[in-house]
Structures are given as structure tokens and as C-alpha cells.
Design a protein around this ligand. Structure first.
Ligand code: AMP
Ligand code: ZN
Ligand code: FE
Ligand code: FE
Length: 286
């Protein structure tokens, strides 16, 4: 069983449509893939239809999910949520609040980039983002198109879009303990995404992770491209101490990042344990 529990479509800042992501997951030889767009479930219906329409002999299980933008004491962090009820109103409202604020913030970031001399426009970013939840990676693609930086990752520096960078503007982000409770109340399973991704900015302390465990966190995403071996070992130890499961996932973003689907995977026993905790939705198998 090859299980990848973190992938983005163009419903947020990935480049594959949800149907293309399903095809890519089959091509990568995955048995299970989770669709975890930033602060939105808008890609679920298309991905589920694509899984149901797979030809005989091509099997894939889709785990509907999302990745929530959270914020604590000046630190941004991401919470993966699996198999929640998308119609549960409190959590749906919070996703909508974050998603809507992405538009205000996106315009403000573009304005800052222009003040700093980058010839990009909001119309260009809208074209790149399409119907997707607008984020910094779309603006990074605009900066690449304009020849300001050479690559999306080169846009995430102090000069431009990195946390605290010259063109960084905050968006509304949820308190992580509150997010854990919202996910659980919607029948979902919350997992802390890339908790030790230091290249993205400051990360939270072990005490914060312990507090989230107490609030209902299920697991830490340990095997992730932004974690070195030492970080993985430390997080595995912490998870054992706190009674948390550990997952591994690619955080695939299509051509916007270099990581490949299935580059990191989750143990089947861990996947089963996560499934057993979910009451809001069920995986879709084609
Ligand atoms: P946003 O949700 O708009 O604040 O943008 C955050 C997204 O930008 C993350 O989910 C990553 O996909 C991407 N990102 C953040 N830091 C980096 C980085 N250092 N290099 C490349 N992509 C990054
Ligand atoms: Zn992303
Ligand atoms: Fe993330
Ligand atoms: Fe992600």
C-alpha cells in the first residue's frame, strides 16, 4: 500500500486540476491519496467524480481533506484535516473566513510588490489562481512571469514573500487549538503539517505541540521534504512521548514545486488508525 496524505490541486495553489491530480496519483502507483487544499474543499467534488470514473483495474482511494492556515504568537502553522463533514457550519464558516481574507491580502501583497518595483498586477494573479484559493505561490508565479525572480522558491525570501519579508502581508489565520477542536467537532482528524519546516519561518515549541495533543491532535506529519533527518528523529520522539501518530506525505503542488507525488508515504497501520477516528466523511474508492 502506498499512501500519500497531503496533495494540492488548483483549488488552491497546486497546478493540477483535481481530476489531473487523481490521474497523477494513479500514474505514481499510489493506492491512497488525500486532497488537502489550503482552506477549501472546492476540489473535492471533481476529484471524487474522477476516482469513481477510473477505468476497471485502476483503483485509487481518495481521502477528502484540507490544510488550514493557523497562527500562534507570530508563527504561521498548517493543520491538515481529514474526513470531516464539509457541511458542518462552524468549521465551514472558519474556512470561508480564511479563504475570503486571502483575496484582501493577495491584493495588498501585489500592491507591495508594485511599490517595490515588481511589474505584476492583480489581474495577472487572478488569471494564475483561476478559481483557486489565492496564495503567495500564485503571486510567486506572477513574479517569475515578470522576470523578477527565477523560480517560485526564489520568491520566498526576505526581499519578497517570505514570512516577515518586504512584501509579506498577514492574512486571517485560525488559532491552532481552536482549529483542532473545530476539525474534531466536524468529525474530522487533525494532523499537524510539517511542524519542523524551519525554512518557511519560525516553528512552534514542543510545549505548543503538547497543548495541541491535549486539544485533540491525532498525528504529526514527520516525513516531509522540508524536514531533515535530525528533525524527523526529534519529531518521532516527541510524537511517541505525546501518544501521537506520525505520517509521511509529499505535499505535492504539481509543477509549482519540485516534490513528486508519493515521495513520502504513510504507514498503512497509521492510515487505518486515522480512518478509525473519522466520523465526518468516508474515503471514496474507485
Ligand atoms: P499562503 O498560504 O498564501 O500564506 O502561502 C503559503 C504557501 O506558500 C505554503 O503552503 C507553501 O506552499 C508556500 N511556501 C511557503 N514558504 C515557502 C518557501 N520557503 N518556498 C517555497 N514555497 C513556500
Ligand atoms: Zn501550498
Ligand atoms: Fe503547508
Ligand atoms: Fe500543503
Amino acid at each position: 500500500m502506498r499512501i500519500d496524505l497531503h496533495a494540492h490541486s488548483n483549488a488552491s495553489d497546486g497546478t493540477d486540476t483535481p481530476a489531473e491530480l487523481v490521474a497523477a496519483a494513479v500514474a505514481a502507483g499510489l493506492d491512497v491519496v488525500a486532497l488537502t487544499d489550503h482552506d477549501t474543499v472546492l476540489g473535492h467534488a471533481e476529484a471524487e467524480a474522477a476516482v469513481r470514473a477510473l477505468p476497471a483495474g485502476r483503483r485509487l482511494t481518495l481521502v477528502p481533506g484540507a490544510e488550514l492556515s493557523c497562527h500562534l504568537d507570530g508563527i504561521s502553522l498548517h493543520l491538515l484535516a481529514y474526513l470531516f463533514d464539509p457541511a458542518e457550519p462552524a468549521f465551514a464558516q472558519e474556512r470561508e473566513l480564511v479563504r475570503n481574507d486571502r483575496f484582501r491580502r493577495g491584493r495588498a501583497v501585489v500592491e507591495r510588490c508594485r511599490e517595490l518595483g515588481a511589474p505584476i498586477s492583480w489581474e495577472q494573479v487572478e488569471r494564475i489562481a483561476g478559481t483557486g484559493s489565492v496564495g503567495r505561490p500564485h503571486i510567486a508565479s506572477a513574479l517569475v512571469e515578470a522576470g523578477v525572480v527565477a523560480s517560485v522558491s526564489d520568491a520566498f525570501t526576505a526581499d519578497w514573500l517570505a514570512n516577515g519579508g518586504r512584501a509579506d502581508v498577514r492574512k486571517h489565520e485560525t488559532d491552532p487549538a481552536e482549529a483542532v477542536r473545530l476539525v474534531r467537532a466536524a468529525g474530522g482528524v487533525p494532523v499537524f503539517a510539517h511542524p519542523g519546516a524551519v525554512k518557511r519561518g519560525r516553528t512552534v515549541s514542543d510545549q505548543v505541540i503538547a497543548d495541541l495533543a491535549a486539544a485533540g491532535l491525532a498525528a504529526l506529519e514527520v516525513d516531509h521534504t522540508d524536514h531533515d533527518e535530525q528533525t524527523r528523529a526529534r519529531l518521532r520522539g516527541l510524537a511517541a512521548e505525546l501518544g501521537l501518530l506520525t505520517t509521511g506525505s509529499s505535499d505535492y503542488h504539481g509543477s509549482r514545486k519540485t516534490v513528486r507525488l508519493g515521495e513520502h508515504t504513510t504507514d498503512p497501520a497509521v492510515y487505518e488508525a486515522l480512518l478509525a477516528q473519522a466520523t465526518g466523511a468516508v474515503p471514496v474508492t474507485g
